[in-house]
Design a protein around this ligand. Structure first.
Ligand SMILES: NC(=O)c1ccc[n+]([C@@H]2O[C@H](COP(=O)([O-])OP(=O)(O)OC[C@H]3O[C@@H](n4cnc5c(N)ncnc54)[C@H](OP(=O)(O)O)[C@@H]3O)[C@@H](O)[C@H]2O)c1
Length: 319
C-alpha cells in the first residue's frame, strides 16, 4: 500500500510517499481503507520532537513511528474474527492510538476510537473530528464547564478551538469566541453567543468576568487571562509549550483557591466519547471544519501549511 513515511527527524521534506506492507488486523481489529486523514499539530510535534526528552517517547535517534497521522475516515476492508460491531464495507471514522493513518490502510481496535461515519458528513469532514474534539472535550471537562457558565474560547479558529466552541455550547455554556478578522464568519457559523476579533478587541479589557478561559491555541497566558476571570474562575490551555510554567501555577493557584490555572490535559475522556461526537454530528450540533485538502502525495506541502500555525480547523489528506 502507499503511505507517507519518514525515517529521520526534520522539516516536512523528510516525508515521502512509498510502498509499504499493508497492516494485518488482529482478531479484535478492523482494517480500514483510508479515504481521508488529517495532518495535525501532534503529527508535526512527533516529526520534530521538542524539547529533546520527547524523543524518549518518539524514538531516540530516529522516529519509531514511520507513518504519521491519527485521525482517519474510510471504509472497513477486513475485520478480525472477534469483531462484532462492524462489517466489511461500513463507512467509519476515528483516531488511532499510535499513528499510521497517513496511508491507504490503517488498523484500529474495535473497542477503540472508531464509530460509524454519519451520512451527513463527507470522509474529509469525518476525518477532521477526533483530534480537535477530544482535546477540547478533555479541557472543558477538566475546567468543569457546565450550564450557564461564561466561557472564553481563545484561538477559536484552530482545530481545538472550532471544536471547543461547539462543545462548550453543547455543555450549556455562554460562549465568547476569540479569533482574527478573516475567521470571524467561520467561527460565527459554529454558534457561539459572541465572537470577538482579537485584532480589534481584548476580551480582558471588556470589564467582564468569565468562569473559564480556554486558551485553545496556547497564545494567551494565565498572566494575561487572570484579570478576566471570576474569583473562582479557571484557566485551561492546550499547549504543552506551557508545560514548564502551568504545573507550578496550577499548584500555587490551587493553594490560593482563587483564579486557578489547570494543566494541559488529555485525560477525562474515553474512547466511547466518539459516540457522543457522532450523535452531535447527526443532530446537526457539531460540524468539523476543514480548511484545505491535499492528495496524500502532497503530504509535505500540507505539513508546511499546518506548521504556519494559521490553519482554520483541519488540514486533510485524501487517499
Ligand atoms: N496537548 C497536546 O498534546 C496537543 C495536541 C495537539 C495540539 N496541541 C497544541 O494545541 C494548540 C492548538 O492546536 P490546533 O491544532 O488547534 O492549532 P491550529 O489549528 O494550528 O491553530 C491555528 C489557529 O489558531 C489561530 N491563532 C494563531 N495565533 C493566534 C493568536 N495569537 N491568537 C488567536 N488565535 C491565533 C490561527 O489563526 P490566526 O493566526 O490567523 O489568528 C489559526 O486559525 C497548539 O499550540 C498545539 O501545539 C497540543
Amino acid at each position: 500500500m502507499r503511505a507517507a513515511v519518514h525515517d529521520r527527524y526534520g522539516p516536512p521534506e523528510v516525508l515521502r510517499v512509498e510502498e509499504v506492507d499493508r497492516p494485518v488486523p488482529k482478531s479484535d481489529e478492523l482494517l480500514v481503507r483510508v479515504r481521508a486523514a488529517t495532518v495535525n499539530r501532534t503529527d508535526c510535534g512527533w516529526r520534530i520532537p521538542r524539547p529533546f526528552f520527547v524523543r524518549f517517547f518518539t524514538g531516540l535517534r530516529r522516529p519509531r513511528q514511520r507513518i504519521l497521522g491519527s485521525d482517519f475516515a474510510g471504509e472497513v476492508a477486513e475485520v478480525g474474527r472477534a469483531v462484532t460491531r462492524f462489517r466489511v464495507g461500513d463507512a467509519v471514522f476515528g483516531q488511532t492510538r499510535g499513528f499510521g493513518a497517513n496511508a491507504e490502510y490503517v488498523v484500529v481496535r474495535e473497542s477503540g476510537r472508531v464509530a460509524s461515519k454519519p451520512d451527513a458528513v463527507s470522509f474529509e469532514e469525518a476525518a477532521s473530528v477526533c483530534e480537535g474534539a477530544f482535546y477540547a472535550l478533555a479541557s472543558l471537562r477538566k475546567a468543569r464547564v457546565g450550564e450557564g457558565q461564561r466561557v472564553v474560547v481563545y484561538g477559536a479558529s484552530g482545530a481545538i478551538g472550532t471544536a471547543g466552541v461547539q462543545l462548550a455550547k453543547h455543555l450549556g455554556a455562554h460562549v465568547t469566541a476569540v479569533c482574527n478578522t478573516e475567521n470571524l464568519d467561520v467561527v460565527r457559523s459554529l454558534g457561539p453567543d459572541r465572537v470577538l476579533d482579537y485584532t480589534q478587541e481584548d476580551f480582558t479589557a471588556l470589564g467582564e468576568r468569565f468562569d473559564v478561559v480556554f486558551d485553545a491555541v496556547g497564545k494567551h497566558s494565565f498572566r494575561r487571562s487572570r484579570r478576566a476571570l471570576t474569583a473562582d474562575g479557571v484557566y485551561v490551555t492546550t499547549d504543552l509549550g506551557y508545560l514548564w510554567h502551568v504545573p507550578p501555577l496550577a499548584i500555587a493557584t490551587r493553594l490560593a483557591r482563587r483564579r486557578r490555572a489547570i494543566m494541559p490535559t488529555v485525560g477525562g475522556v474515553s474512547d466511547r466519547d466518539i459516540d457522543l461526537l457522532r450523535e452531535l454530528i447527526e443532530a446537526g450540533k457539531y460540524r468539523p471544519v476543514v480548511d484545505r485538502t491535499y492528495p496524500l502525495e502532497h503530504v509535505a506541502e500540507a505539513t508546511r501549511y499546518v506548521e504556519t500555525g494559521q490553519k482554520t480547523g483541519n488540514v486533510v489528506l485524501t487517499v
